[in-house]
Design a binder for this molecule. Structure first.
Ligand code: S3P
Length: 173
């Protein structure tokens, strides 16, 4: 069986609260937090929407994988990922080797409320964000489920509460 690390890895759809929960987890545990979106953006010196516009989604995905490979030796940290990281099976393998994979979830209305009016998510800049969200979820839900050790609904939780729930669930594994 593959040896698994001690890190906590957050996956899940856009708007589930991965970044805010990751920040709360880092604060509570004192562990360093790595956010793959921030790292891609820093690497390419562009915001995520700028990467999608200027270089395209494939270039974003390639850099995301490159960053993840570089993170694969990290120990004892919090890793926050972009919502599409599960699209590549090799990414999922690395995430599971890094530690416990926690999939954050939220109901449709909560997701739409959290992501509406925000221009930071290029994939949802469509005429009908709800339909796009549903279509992306249809494709991705089983990938999130397969990758995760734990799934946790954050719809009614603050980031602080979500972080406590993550720590509690991880401790019970
Ligand atoms: C994406 C999610 C985004 C970001 C990029 C693509 C996706 O991250 O990586 O816009 O494919 O779901 P968040 O999940 O943090 O919004």
């Amino acid at each position: 069986m593959t040896q698994r690390g001690q890190s906590i890895v957050l996956i899940g759809f856009m708007g589930v609260g991965k970044s805010s929960t990751g920040a709360a987890l880092a604060q509570k545990t004192g562990l360093p937090c790595f956010d793959t979106d921030v790292m891609v953006s820093d690497r390419l010196c562009m915001s995520v929407p700028e990467v999608f516009n200027a270089l395209g989604e494939e270039a974003f995905r390639n850099t995301e994988t490159e960053i993840l490979v570089e993170l694969s030796d990290a120990e004892n940290c919090i890793i926050v990922t972009g919502g599409g990281i599960v699209l590549r099976p090799n990414n999922v393998e690395i995430l599971r080797r890094l530690g416990r994979v926690v999939c954050l979830e939220a109901d449709e209305e909560t997701l739409l409320r959290r992501i509406s009016g925000s221009a930071i998510r290029p994939l949802l800049q469509t005429e009908d964000p709800r339909a796009t969200l549903l279509e992306l979820s249809r494709v991705r839900d089983s990938l999130y489920q397969k990758a995760a050790d734990i799934c946790l609904d954050t719809s009614c939780l603050t980031p602080d509460e979500a972080a406590d729930a993550v720590l509690e669930s991880v401790a019970q594994l």
